[in-house]
Write a protein that binds this ligand. Structure first.
Ligand code: BGC
Length: 449
């Protein structure tokens, strides 16, 4: 892979770092914010979930903005908005200011969650696109782990303002890194800057021979109408249904119950003390980072579908073991061990499958004319599902009990396997335009395979 392409993708992937850091940091910070501002439980819930509301707004707006001002400028803007929100959160003199600042942070994360994978996917050469888009998920997991460690290090000083304010660092790195980078060549073709677009394609390919790729992109632009009407053509509708299903199932299979409520699950399983539960959660963060590397190395070699089958099936088995263990009185003594192992296996399997590959697929299955808007809508579905799981997980535990709750997530893994089998095309090493054009050339019955 050319160092230039790797650099471009790595910088854009930093959008994931913002996302991951903020996801992870609030769980530790909220304890101290609650104390300083004497928050009620309801206000604590608002402080946490207002970010997700911002993400919903940001992801909804992202497609239109990315089509209007470009992928690069949108990412730069998102970095700046995130920085402002992080600073305002750290300095907030009142709960109201804090809530507004967290909403701004959410909007920036929502923008990044659409545009970072979109930009990477449009810049990446087909043979390494899977690895490069997976870098985005890798950055998310590094961000989550960094946040756990920062929370852990600053907890003794109750320094929540520093916990939130440190998010400024990744946003500054993202902005300075993005400034010298080029616009996506596909976007340049879309807005008619053909010469610049060709130059970028050559720079990415590392040679002059880009005629075939250019012809594919130009053909794709002429087949599909632009803007919102592009979303309603038959092949795009099929991609939309698949993308929304995958994006929502990524959340409905329960990953954020562990990421957000890890310590609670471990305490339920009998791991004594806050410290031990937090340490166990940090270990989850490490497993999440390391196993994402598996996706980076194998997603372009083995393909998207084999990793999804292996990962999601293992997630389902781990959840079933967890559900079974929580249901057995006589297992009480060994529950802590069983829970530790199954949660690690579950997170590890997610990390090389559903985590990165959902972002990858939704950046691949739309034709250029509909890509930004299509990704916007799928990502919106992801954030709505995220909000629902985070709002209802604790109530589900209370109302249904742990065995039933985890069984439901296991069942949703089975549903995901079915969707992968029936709907997901193997996109390994295919040029984006081949993927986008394929459904249009086939009879409708085969869409979107
Ligand atoms: C998901 C997040 C999740 C993270 C965990 C991402 O792909 O979208 O909701 O917290 O993975 O690593």
């Amino acid at each position: 892979m050319r160092p230039f392409v790797f650099l471009v993708a790595s910088v854009a992937a930093l959008g994931g770092l913002l996302f991951g850091y903020d996801t992870g940091v609030i769980s530790g910070a909220i304890l101290f914010i609650a104390k300083d501002f004497a928050l009620t439980t309801h206000q604590q819930e608002q402080t946490i979930s207002v970010v997700l509301v911002g993400c919903i707004i940001g992801s909804l707006a992202a497609g239109t903005i990315a089509d209007r001002i470009g992928r690069r400028a949108t990412l730069l803007g998102a970095g700046a908005v995130f920085g402002i929100g992080a600073l305002a959160s750290a300095l907030a003199p009142s709960v109201l200011v804090l809530l507004c600042a967290r909403l701004v942070v959410g909007v920036a994360i929502g923008l990044c969650s659409v545009v970072a994978p979109l930009y990477i996917s449009e810049v990446a050469p087909a043979e390494v696109r899977g690895a490069l888009v997976s870098l985005y998920q890798f950055a998310i997991t590094v961000g989550i782990l960094a946040a756990y460690l920062v929370d852990y290090a600053l907890a003794s000083q109750a320094a929540w303002r520093w916990m939130l304010g440190l998010a400024l660092v990744p946003s500054i790195i993202l902005i300075t890194g993005m400034l010298p980078l080029p616009e996506s060549p596909r976007y340049l073709f879309k807005i008619g800057r053909v010469k610049d677009a060709r130059d970028e394609l050559k720079r990415i390919a590392g040679n002059e021979d880009v005629d075939d790729e250019e012809a594919g992109i130009v053909a794709s632009l002429s087949i599909h109408s632009a803007g919102f009407s592009a979303l309603f053509s038959r092949p795009v509708r099929a991609a939309l249904v698949l993308g929304i299903a995958l994006a929502m199932l990524q959340q409905f299979t329960g990953i954020n119950t562990v990421i957000y409520y890890g310590p609670r699950i471990f305490q339920l399983a009998g791991i004594a003390g806050n410290e031990a539960a937090i340490l166990a959660t940090t270990l989850v963060g490490v497993v999440n980072v390391l196993l994402t590397l598996v996706a980076i190395f194998f997603v372009d070699r083995l393909g998207r579908k084999p990793l999804l089958y292996a990962g999601v099936a293992t997630m389902g088995v781990a959840l079933s073991v967890l559900a079974f263990a929580f249901g057995q009185e006589r297992l009480q003594g060994s529950l802590a061990g069983v829970a530790m192992v199954s949660v690690m296996v579950y997170v590890g399997s997610y990390a090389y499958s559903l985590g990165p590959i959902v972002w990858l697929l939704i950046s691949e299955i739309f034709p250029l004319q509909a890509r930004a808007l299509g990704m916007s809508i799928c990502t919106l579905g992801n954030w709505v599902a995220n909000l629902l799981v985070s709002l209802f997980f604790l109530s589900m535990l209370q109302a249904l009990g742990a065995p039933m709750t985890f069984s439901i997530y296991a069942l949703l893994c089975a549903v995901t396997l079915f969707v992968v089998w029936r709907g997901v095309p193997e996109t390994k090493r295919e040029v984006l335009e081949q993927i986008s054009l394929a459904p249009a050339q086939k009879p409708a019955a085969e869409v979107p395979r």
